[in-house]
Design a protein around this ligand. Sequence first.
Ligand SMILES: [Zn+2]
Length: 429
Amino acid sequence: MQSSKHGLRCAFCNAKLHTKVMDFGEVALAGGFLSPNGFQKETFYPLRLFYCEQCYGLQVVDKVDAAELFQDYFYFSSSINTLKNHFKNYATEVVSRFLKKPLNDAKVLEFGCNDGVLLRPLADLKIGTVIGVDPAANVVKTINDPRIKIVNSFFNLATAKEVISQFGKVDMVIANNVYAHISDMQDVTWAIHEVLNEEGVFIFEVHYLGKMMDELQYDMIYHEHLYYHSLLSLKKHFERYRMLIFDVEPVSTHAGSMRYYVCKEGSENANNLTQAVQTLANEEIERGYNRKETFLNFSTQVNNTKLELMALIDRLKDSGKSIVGYGASGRANTLIQYCGLGQQHLDYVVDDAPIKQGFYTPNSHLLIRPSTALESRNPPDYVLIFAWSFLEEIMLRSSTYLRNGGKFIIPLPKVKIISAIGEQGVDQI
Ligand SMILES: [Zn+2]
């Protein structure tokens, strides 16, 4: 935590933080699924989101030891086919756009490389030196490809220096879906600056703040997800490292993510700022991402959806209805804990990942069952859809449940009910 007797400090610019946007109280880690013998020793942490008026950085200020967050890492990118194709195209695109020298002499480093889903296509393109940095030992172990050099560690200034001594400076640094998760932003950004050569490019994809603001996605907020980047905040961030964002594009396959292209001041790319950067910056100013009132308003709206959801659930419980949840994810756990949902509201949660079934959700201790439970002899009257951004897919999978009279409750961005005959407002219940 960036706190001292002087109060909370911004992770980006060290300014004092004055604007608290959200306070979740003491919560369990969103990824902390557990079995009943873990109930007694479950640990709770504060979770607060602050906005920095100096640099526009939106951030979780309560940091949990990385070792605790990453000890059980189950996510393997290559197991998802759409991701595989996305990264294959990604590799082709960035290599043809930025690597001018003979590819055999080129050096590319990716941190947070996971199981090599991007490194493999880079190696296929015959890049001379492909380096992957990742702290999850069980994940990088699966790469097992002699063309890829693995550095099994967190990426920081010390690691950057080690990489330079072994391989020299690199032409490209890539980081996908990790730039929001790093505890020490300042150190990692110096590391990027250090390891890149003068004409080098840093490219990263990360969840975009705009999506969260538009859809009231407060369920994205948890300890693993420390920063909620806007272009305005990132622009100011990189300026402090004598770097700049020269291009930006929305990521089509990953709705709600943005890809940023960063170079050092004085490099050739710095003279070729794209219109997209200016357009998005103007849009963000219009939306007020540089004003604290915008975020305080977001917080009020979030609180209103919680009150609306809980009023509906209380009404349903009072009339004897049964309700279960759908999707036992980290996002679900944030929503569950923020709304104060528990066993008095939900009988259980369904999830199709076998690895989670039989475990319980953190703090609320709801049993996780396969989604076939919805088609049992005793189906619930209502299903609260935590994985609401995958609604279409869930509706297809649960068509029998809906046809038999089951109903969905959608918690965000607006509380509503969905049944086989269509949508209903909550006031009709
Ligand atoms: Zn700041």
